[in-house]
Ligand binder design. Sequence first.
Ligand code: ADP
Length: 208
Amino acid sequence: MLLAGLTGGIASGKSTVSARLVEHGAELIDADAIARRLLLPGTPTWQRVRQHFGDDILTADGGIDRPALGRIVFASPQRRALLNELTHPPVMAQIADRLEALQAFDGVVVLDVPLLVEANADRSYEAVVVVAAQPETQLRRLVELRGMAPDDARARIAAQAPLEDKLAIATHVLWNDGTPDELLAATDDVAADLLRRARDKHAGADDG
Ligand code: ADP
């Protein structure tokens, strides 16, 4: 496999890109989806989060109220660190399991980690795809498409690693300040490049 990290700021267009890469045959490991599954009611991680954060962060049906939890950890670095301590190790373990299961896969594996830069993940990515949008574009999408209050949206954007830090580790940059079609076309080019590199790598491995 060729291991590609995928990251980008909030509302940058990352989900659009990951879905397109999957259409091109990439295997997607979605850290957020894993985290959501790990927090389903009754799981050990859910249990521990509940113990530390109390029943106020539960919805009526016992699930984790993610917006409520998000507000708490967003307001407090200590609480954020605690939540990370509870959730990161099991997420990392599941990612490791998926990667292990995909060892023999000869295509592209996309590891979608929203906080790839922030988490300083020590994975040996062979490519890092960054979906980039100007902060004004992110703000507009959060307000218009997700109904967020402008001040909240600004605060969320400001809390993430600056775009420059993401661009600094990128091997492929997908700018998404234009139309969705432009993003998809640019993603097709990146997919073609990643697939070519996966094929080359596989052919090289066969030769050796
Ligand atoms: P992320 O996963 O980075 O948070 P999404 O792919 O979900 O971002 O995109 C955020 C929102 O913006 C979605 O509603 C998506 O449909 C929309 N969107 C993405 N790219 C564009 C674009 N180029 N023009 C207009 N809307 C877009």
